[in-house]
Design a protein around this ligand. Structure first.
Ligand code: PHE
Length: 416
């Protein structure tokens, strides 16, 4: 999920020039912001953002900003966050950093090139050219490193324009972890070993871990590191993650975990971790050794560290047996009442209605076409009633060369 979702597409749809006044909903456990959208500006909790040609955030998405599911003690996303925080018990925690960030924080600070596809409008929610809803909690890595804590966790909601199905939603939650050590062959190893001996980093016992990743030119060691320090930091990262997974999945027998090579502009080497669930490999986190340029920016020239970013919905869906990502946003008491703070309990579906399927086909406009823009339109019009959007036909007229697509939209209410 994590790496692949930071890719592709270029946007075409301009934001509609309508004037809307929307007040974010306030359910018993939500703290949505007040916001106003006009032709020229977006006002959120009293702060004004001037619209420009980058603006593409919709009122539906703004209504989700700051619902803070990860802070409601009874919510599965929060239960997972707390279990992870208790595993990394000596980490400083940040869970209330605003999701409205600058593009500098979301991209530039993380060495993401100006022309990188991950900046595309069709993948992100921009308030304007320089302000956006964060696409990942890595946007706060630098802030955390500057806080003086050498071990910290940042949790929060993140926003990405995306396809529509049971495991994709434009808002989800991530948890970022960063740890750094003195960059010195003896000291690094000492600090890593001290952590391992503390027992916190005990090797996962019942989890079958497959890891045949090796340091190679395609996923290299950084020039400023030495093989010894890299080895120590990478093993700290791997022990930390494997033991956390083991703790979370203590009651799931025969769990399989695998490490694979990955690429992120802000770490090297980089990896992803996948968990085998119901016969399929699910990506649950991206991680790596922090690029030294980032450490420098934080004034940590003589330190070496690792970072990881976990997707909380994926973990919660597996652990709690929650079949559809929309359920996390349900305001139906029958959802939230099933859960107890600090405990993992299997979700009992409270209603399952038959789906209602409608096909829609249309000719494409002459300008370029982005599927994410269509999905965004569907979400704006039909909201959480839509469970799945799937392309079922793609036709190009032999004479006129005009292209037509047919999408199948599956509607199903989660609670009514
Ligand atoms: N931010 C990355 C993502 O969302 C995950 C990541 C975090 C990768 C930290 C490396 C280090 O895809």
């Amino acid at each position: 999920m994590l790496a692949t979702r930071l890719t592709t597409f270029i946007s075409t749809r301009a934001v509609q020039n309508t004037t809307l006044r929307c007040i974010g909903t306030r359910a018993s456990y939500s703290t949505g912001p007040d916001f106003t959208v006009t032709d020229s500006e977006i006002k959120i909790d009293g702060k004004i953002y001037k619209k420009d040609q980058w603006t593409n955030v919709s009122p539906t998405t703004l209504s989700r900003v700051n619902r803070k599911l990860h802070l409601h003690p009874q919510h599965p996303i929060s239960i997972i966050r707390q279990l992870i925080e208790s595993h990394f018990h000596d980490f400083k925690t940040f869970h209330d950093i605003s999701p409205i960030v600058t593009t500098q924080q979301n991209f530039d600070d993380l060495l993401i090139a100006k022309d990188h596809v991950t900046r595309n409008r069709s993948d992100n929610y921009y308030l304007n050219e320089s302000t956006m809803l964060r696409a990942h909690t890595s946007a706060h890595q630098l802030q955390g490193m500057r806080s003086g804590a050498s071990k910290f966790l940042i949790s929060g909601d993140v926003f990405r324009r995306d396809e529509i199905d049971a495991s994709h939603y434009p808002v989800f939650h991530q948890m970022e972890g960063v740890v750094y050590f003195d960059h010195d062959p003896v000291k690094t190893a000492e600090q890593v070993n001290a952590d391992i001996q503390m027992g916190r980093l005990k090797e996962a016992e019942n989890v079958k871990v497959v890891d045949d990743t090796i340091i190679k030119p395609e996923n290299p060691m950084q020039d400023r590191h030495t093989p010894e320090t890299l080895e120590a930091v990478a093993s700290h990262l791997k022990y930390s993650i494997n033991s956390m997974v083991r703790k979370l999945f203590a009651d799931e027998p025969d769990l399989e975990v695998r490490w694979i090579d990955a690429y992120f502009p802000f770490t090297s080497p980089s990896w992803e971790v996948e968990i085998k669930y119901k016969g399929e490999w699910l990506e649950v986190l991206g991680c790596g050794v922090v690029r030294q340029e980032l450490m420098d920016q934080a004034g940590l020239h003589d330190k070496i560290g690792h970072a990881f970013g976990l997707g909380l919905e994926r973990l919660a869906m597996v652990l709690f047996g929650i079949p559809d990502i929309r359920l996390f946003w349900s305001q139906d008491e029958r959802f939230i009442q099933q859960f107890t703070p600090g405990q993992i309990q299997k979700f009992q579906p409270f209603s399952k209605f038959p789906p209602c399927i409608k096909d829609i086909s249309f000719w494409l406009p002459n300008k370029s076409w982005e599927e994410n823009d269509f999905c965004e339109l569907v979400r704006d019009v039909a909201g959480d009633l839509v469970e799945n959007v799937e392309l079922i036909d793609d036709f190009t007229h032999p004479k006129s060369d005009k292209r037509s697509l047919c999408y199948r939209i599956l509607y199903r209410s989660m609670d009514r």
